[in-house]
Design a protein around this ligand. Structure first.
Ligand code: WAQ
Ligand code: MG
Length: 639
């Protein structure tokens, strides 16, 4: 690199080539300004180091100066997308394009492409004779010294961008009338035809997945070959910057199309408007339905004392809290609620968030970062998944409630800090986490245990204290209990309970806590009352448990395969549209149960999520089981 000798402006060709033994793994090049040499080199090196073809044992990185005055600017070929369902259709498209571009021996040309030997360069083929005319047929001719106008720091190969740059340069070379290309990467099946006349035409399915065979032909049109040198020089040495690449101009998001796709896949969701709630019934469009959709398991959202408590707080404090907790959003009520939660769950301290979702996406990133590993159950709630995503820590997903898989992962991972994250009751399946083994594993491998009790608070354990009470587990300092105020507690918000220091630290670092206006006083007062009700008497939890037992008895009586350990009953149908129609049929019969579909559950495992409440009358439970049995039989017979 001797660009510094003069004051002329330069660009720099940065070329990377990675190989293992004699095998070429990956290669890429950029043509960039001086200040981009380092970041671009780094991205190319990363690419060389992380190539799926294998680990490189030699990486060549070459930086060469190119005088700016020598650089040609060429506008990108326009891009057209074709469709082709299989290789036959794809090759038919290619053939048509070749013919449109004046090639008389299109079929023979395609045979040449199909039988291209593996090489680093392309074949330079005379369009009349189909003879190859590059000096070294083993190597082929290589198009180099080219890039898009804006530097690109992709560490993964951007097939389309790179191919479009190459095709644009090649099509601007003297005597080149077209180009054909199929990637030799076995997982990339889209190829293209490019020419000045046709532009860059993308064709999918030019080969089948897994096929490592590719090839590239530059079509040359100059019978006398008097300018062959010129063509070769242009391809291999002329520096070209491609302007106006299509990705440079972002396209407007097509939400209309996306909505259409959602509807086609039966994944479109609508809101049901509830006009009134009364015990286990809701009014929709002027009619009362028995609801099996609410998470208000104990009916506290309607409990007269809970409502009174909210009303008093409304009078005293007003509607909104006016600020975040660390500003003016902490009232005596907030503190009382947190004290109550700590006592109720059996921890030193607790703090309240505006929602369980906010708690999960705030707590995990506050605690875990680079070098840490989160071990997360495959069926954890979306907010836990997003909490993991927001962390710089690595996430390892273990099979749902599979403790030997979890242990295997714990044993084989290395990390600075680790945490096991699990729902206590899984929200869409209703099963209970194996808390005993989780606790033992957390201790054995010196990791934190983070349990999301959203559906377990007020449900599990004699007094509804959650998983710990249910399994008679001791409180451990390395155990963090997160929960919700919006399910059995009947209000809104989330919480986390743990050691006093842990909670102190989280108040200082959990972003959803710090940067949200705090819960309004009426909600806080209502939650306080709900916890007091739970503490005063086990009657509410008992009533719920009795209804679950009654439901299970009905299931046995009607032969319905839907017995449940918790108030969440998974009625798995599978197909999205059949689940929707089951929900509709039940609605016609006076029952309100929503269909649960992807992404809440896996594709093809759509279901009704039946939620049992303490408020359900036996009569309603019985009527529902009876109706569901009829419809369920109808469905299973049909399919
Ligand atoms: N110059 C000439 N020929 C080359 C070059 C080059 N710089 N790089 C690769 N080839 C030849 C070589 O024979 C390869 O075996 C063959 O092309 C395929 O190369 O719109 O990835 O790099 O999404 O595997 C097309 C993208 C991707 C289509 C093409 O080619 C789209 C691709 P690969
Ligand atoms: Mg390749």
């Amino acid at each position: 690199m001797n660009a510094s000798e003069t004051n002329k402006p330069f660009l720099y060709a940065v070329k990377m080539r990675a190989s293992k033994g004699d095998v070429h793994l990956s290669g890429a090049e950029r043509l960039v300004g001086k200040e981009q040499i380092l970041p671009v080199s780094q991205s190319l090196l990363k690419r060389a180091l992380n190539h799926t073809n294998g680990n490189a044992d030699a990486i060549h990185l070459k930086v060469e100066a190119v005088e700016c005055s020598e650089v040609l600017k060429v506008p990108s070929l326009p891009v057209t997308e074709m469709s082709a369902a299989n290789t036959d259709e794809a090759f038919a498209v290619l053939e048509r394009l070749l013919k449109e571009n004046g090639l008389r021996n299109a079929e023979a040309c395609l045979r040449l492409l199909r039988n291209a030997p593996p090489m680093r360069g392309a074949m330079l083929v005379d369009i009349r004779t189909l003879q190859r005319c590059e000096p070294d047929p083993k190597r082929g001719v290589r198009a180099t010294y080219m890039d898009g106008e804006k530097a690109c720091f992709d560490t993964k190969k951007n097939y389309f961008r790179e191919a479009l740059i190459l095709a644009t340069k090649v099509s601007s070379a003297p005597h080149i009338v077209g180009e054909l290309c199929i990637s030799d990467d076995c997982n990339y099946t889209t190829g293209y035809f490019a020419s000045k006349k046709s532009g860059y035409v993308r064709i999918p399915n030019l080969k089948t997945l897994g096929d490592p065979h590719g090839g590239r032909i530059f079509l040359y049109d100059d019978t006398s070959k008097k300018d062959l040198e010129e063509t070769l020089y242009y391809l291999e040495h002329q520096a070209v910057i491609v302007t106006d690449l299509p990705t440079d101009t972002p396209s407007v998001l097509d939400v209309k199309q996306r909505l259409k796709t959602l509807k086609e896949k039966h994944l479109y969701r609508t809101e049901t408007v509830i006009k009134a709630v009364e015990s286990d019934r809701v009014r929709i469009n002027g009619k009362w339905y028995v609801s099996f959709t609410s998470n208000d398991y104990l009916g506290f959202s309607q409990h007269s004392e809970v409502k009174m408590s909210a009303a008093r707080a409304l009078k005293q404090y007003g509607v909104g809290s006016g600020g975040s907790r660390l500003m003016c959003g902490t009232s005596e009520l907030h503190q009382r609620l947190e004290r109550l939660i700590a006592d109720f769950t059996g921890y030193e301290a607790a703090m309240v968030f505006n929602s369980g979702f906010s708690a999960n996406v705030s707590i995990l990133p506050a605690l875990f970062g680079e070098g840490d590993v989160i071990f997360s159950d495959a069926l954890n709630h979306a907010s836990l998944i997003d909490g993991c995503r927001l962390c710089k820590a690595q996430t390892v997903i273990y099979r749902h409630n599979d403790m030997s898989d979890l242990e295997e992962e714990l044993r084989s991972a290395s990390f600075k800090h680790g945490v096991i994250v699990s729902d206590a009751i899984f929200s869409m399946d209703g099963d209970i986490a194996d808390g005993t083994t989780l606790t033992a594993l957390a201790e054995k491998y010196h990791v934190l245990l983070y349990i999301d009790e959203a559906h377990a608070t007020g449900v599990l354990g004699e007094h509804g204290r959650g998983l710990k009470e249910h399994l008679h587990l001791q409180t451990k300092p390395s155990y963090l209990c997160m929960g919700s105020l919006s399910k059995a507690i009947g209000v809104e918000g989330g919480f986390v309970a743990g050691s006093a220091e842990m909670i102190d630290y989280l108040r200082n670092t959990a972003r959803g806590y710090i940067f949200s206006t705090s819960l309004p006083a009426p909600s806080v007062a209502a939650a306080v009352k709900s916890f007091q009700l739970l503490q005063q008497s086990p009657q509410y939890v008992e009533a719920l448990r009795e209804n679950i037992s009654f439901w299970n008895a009905l299931c046995r009586q009607y032969n319905l395969p839907m017995t449940a350990e918790t108030p969440i009953v998974a009625c798995e149908v599978g197909s999205e549209d059949r689940t929707l129609s089951l929900s509709e049929r039940l609605f016609e019969e006076g029952f309100f149960v929503k269909a649960i579909r992807y992404p809440t559950v896996a594709k093809g495992s759509a279901r009704l999520r039946i939620a049992i409440m303490a408020l359900h009358t036996r009569e309603h439970l019985e009527q529902f089981a009876q109706t569901l049995t009829g419809l369920w039989k109808e469905m299973t017979v049909k399919n």
